[in-house]
Design a protein around this ligand. Structure first.
Ligand code: SF4
Length: 189
């Protein structure tokens, strides 16, 4: 009688990574795609949760890493950012807009009501009204860095950070190391 028992090695569950763009231009997501074929190595250990790369609409609980591009410019941005914070173990501000508001924050010295009036009422053809459909998220008076709304664990500077910087950051984090970017990978433009 064969008394040996076969045991199947436990399959390590993949990490989950969620990404979103708040008030951003998707340039930081383009940089994520710049990791090119390394995404195959990433797919060995991780899968994407809510992201423009998937059709998942909400971050599922206990997501491992949340990558946030863009600052906070409207009520929907606040809602999405809070959902990420509630469901992601580690939350990362990716790029200048997430870290300090970036280009969208250049409107901060202007009055929002006046901006809307100038754009929609003073120019062009049509009914010349500020759009007020309830589906449209309300603009905030100013664009905020995301750390003014929720706690952030890490920041990756740059406009955008390079694909190499994002790759180094993710591989450090996934390996359980403190993420470190060498000088050559840091950029502030
Ligand atoms: Fe775009 Fe730069 Fe903002 Fe990233 S940091 S979303 S690349 S403007």
């Amino acid at each position: 009688m064969n008394t040996t028992t076969s045991t199947t090695p436990a399959v390590k569950p993949k990490l989950r990574i969620a990404t979103t763009s708040l008030a951003g231009c998707f340039g930081c997501h383009a940089s994520l795609c710049d990791i090119d074929e390394r995404i195959l190595a990433l797919a060995e250990v991780a899968e994407f949760d809510r992201s423009p790369l998937t059709d998942i609409k909400h971050v599922r609980p206990q997501c491992d890493i949340g990558l946030i591009e863009g600052g906070v410019a409207n009520a929907e941005n606040v809602h999405v950012l809070r959902e990420f914070r509630a469901n992601c173990k580690v939350l990362v501000a990716v790029g200048a807009c997430a870290i300090n508001g970036g280009l969208p924050a250049s409107r901060n010295h202007l009055d929002v009501t006046e901006c809307l009036r100038r754009v929609y009422c003073d120019r062009g053809e049509g009914d010349r009204q500020v759009p007020n459909d309830p589906e449209l998220p309300l603009l905030l008076a100013q664009v905020h860095p995301i750390n003014e709304v929720v706690r952030i664990d890490y920041f990756i500077p740059g406009c955008p950070p390079s694909g190499d910087a994002i790759w180094k950051f993710l591989t450090d984090l996934i390996a359980g190391r403190m993420p470190r970017l060498d000088h050559a990978l840091l950029r502030f433009d």
